[in-house]
Design a protein around this ligand. Structure first.
Ligand SMILES: Nc1nc2c(ncn2[C@@H]2O[C@H](COP(=O)(O)OP(=O)(O)OP(=O)(O)O)[C@@H](O)[C@H]2O)c(=O)[nH]1
Ligand SMILES: [Mg+2]
Length: 249
């Protein structure tokens, strides 16, 4: 966690130069991976150096999107940032891609998109350690991505902080004809591992805002000193979803 002066509003931080991932450079999200440097075929992550940032914030929480390649991590983040679906051919993320700095009244989320491909796993592991929250995605149209969630949870258990805020997201909920993973299966798995869960769609926007807002609220509450001020992430999510009736298809 880092503290600096606050600037309000949603700020994109795409295309930062290597070594200064939080540098200014607001603009449209690029699908490249400026957060890494490649030398002799070796991929080196540029460490998130919040203290060197030129962005302004009181408290910055690092949030990472993880999950198999193709589950929709990049699209989810672009939907959240730009409110649009990134249509077109699938361009797989390479390594780590710092995308967005979201600023709330007194805290910020620094959101990192990661590559789902196996060959970048060691790079993403290196970033887990200082992540405050992880959004773990599977694709409801891809059974393998769902089956791999247990392996992802083991990795998270091994590499992330013990108290990391974790949320399971079943993405592509809009793709009703191609769906192979039922919502109940996602709910069951999440319950088994004690992780909050919701289905999302980067295409339709279903629950995208809610996923990030819920994580932000949880992080904010955890950072508060008053132990009586407990925030229940799953309860909040369930309540918000009931309110809108948004995820019952
Ligand atoms: N129908 C539907 N398609 C989606 C959704 N989200 C992503 N896609 C499609 O799924 C494909 C992969 O999306 P990406 O966001 O690039 O996947 P990713 O998880 O970032 O993949 P890696 O970068 O390789 O880890 C693209 O063709 C998207 O158009 C969604 O909510 N609904
Ligand atoms: Mg991607």
């Amino acid at each position: 966690m880092s503290r600096k002066k606050t600037a309000k509003g949603k700020t994109a931080a795409s295309s930062p130069s290597a070594g200064s991932p939080t540098g200014k450079g607001a603009g449209k999200a690029a699908r490249s991976s400026p957060g890494i440097v490649q030398m002799n075929g070796v991929v080196h992550p540029s460490r998130p150096s919040i203290s060197n940032s030129s962005e302004f914030y009181d408290i910055a929480f690092k949030v990472m999107l993880v999950g198999d390649s193709g589950v929709g991590k990049t699209c989810l983040l672009v939907r959240f940032k730009d409110g649009a679906f990134l249509a077109g051919s699938f361009i797989s993320t390479v390594g780590i891609d710092f995308r967005v700095m979201i600023t709330f009244v007194s805290h910020s989320l620094q959101i990192w998109d990661t590559a789902g491909q196996e060959r970048f796993r060691s790079v993403t592991h290196a970033y887990y350690r200082d992540a405050h929250a992880l959004l773990l995605l599977y694709d409801v149209t891809n059974k393998t991505s769902f089956d791999n969630i247990q392996a992802w949870l083991s990795e998270i258990h091994e590499y992330a902080q013990q108290d990391v805020v974790l949320m399971l997201l079943g993405n592509k909920a809009d793709a009703t004809h191609d769906r192979v993973v039922k919502r109940e299966d996602g709910e069951r798995l999440a319950k088994e591992f004690g992780v909050p869960f919701m289905e999302t769609s980067a295409r339709s926007g279903l629950n995208v805002e809610l996923a990030f807002t819920a994580v932000a609220k949880e992080l904010k509450h955890r950072s508060m000193k008053d132990p009586n001020e407990k925030f229940k992430l799953q309860e909040y999510v369930s309540k918000e979803m009931k309110g809108t009736g948004c995820c019952r298809s």
